[in-house]
Ligand binder design. Structure first.
Ligand SMILES: [Zn+2]
Length: 186
């Protein structure tokens, strides 16, 4: 089932999402719905708060980028209860990001290039890994959603000022996108 994507302004996007027990009711169906929703919106990552649930579940599909980044061929991963436990602060880079919850907004965000992450995968296997490159960026973007943060919180005050009217338009439902969404107020 394709779920509506919650747009900037929805309170659930500002909640700190909770870890879930691995026998969480209907978890498999929910993850299937997240995959379906991600594909329908042509995104590369989706966090549960973006479909209205304040729980720590994320899906990432980098296979869709594998024409340009062959190292991510077949990379589709489920993250249950992910936590970034360490940031390697020795190197950062700036890259343009977008978000299904912020249609039509793209801004450069500076992030560490290497992180240590703990999570449980879709087969319920635990992981504790150092991750770098583009995947580390996507993970930081998605896992921010689980802490009630969005990438526009990480841009400079000047850039934020410049996109103020675009953010206001999102709050008021004045935007177009090719997928089903849920807006806070009109
Ligand atoms: Zn996002």
């Amino acid at each position: 089932m394709i779920l509506p994507i919650y747009i900037y302004g929805q309170p659930v996007l500002r909640k700190v999402a909770e870890d879930i027990p691995l026998d969480y009711p209907n978890l498999k169906e929910f993850i299937d719905d997240m995959w379906e929703t991600l594909a329908a919106s042509e995104g590369i990552g989706l966090a549960a708060p973006q479909v209205g649930k304040a729980i720590r579940v994320v899906v990432i599909d980098l296979d869709v980028l594998s024409d340009d980044m062959p190292e991510y061929k077949d990379y589709r991963e489920v993250f249950i209860n992910p936590h970034i436990v360490q940031y390697d602060e020795t190197e950062t880079d700036a890259m343009e990001e977008g978000c299904l919850s912020l249609p039509a907004i793209h801004e450069k965000v500076t992030r560490p290039t290497r992180i240590r992450v703990q999570w449980t995968d879709g087969q319920l296997r635990p992981h504790d890994e150092w991750v770098d490159g583009y995947l580390a960026r996507v993970m930081q973007h998605e896992f921010d959603h689980l802490d009630g943060k969005m990438f526009v919180d990480r841009i400079t005050p000047l850039r934020k000022q410049l996109i103020k009217s675009k953010l206001k338009a999102l709050l008021q439902g004045r935007y177009r996108c090719g997928y089903k969404t849920k807006v806070s107020r009109r």
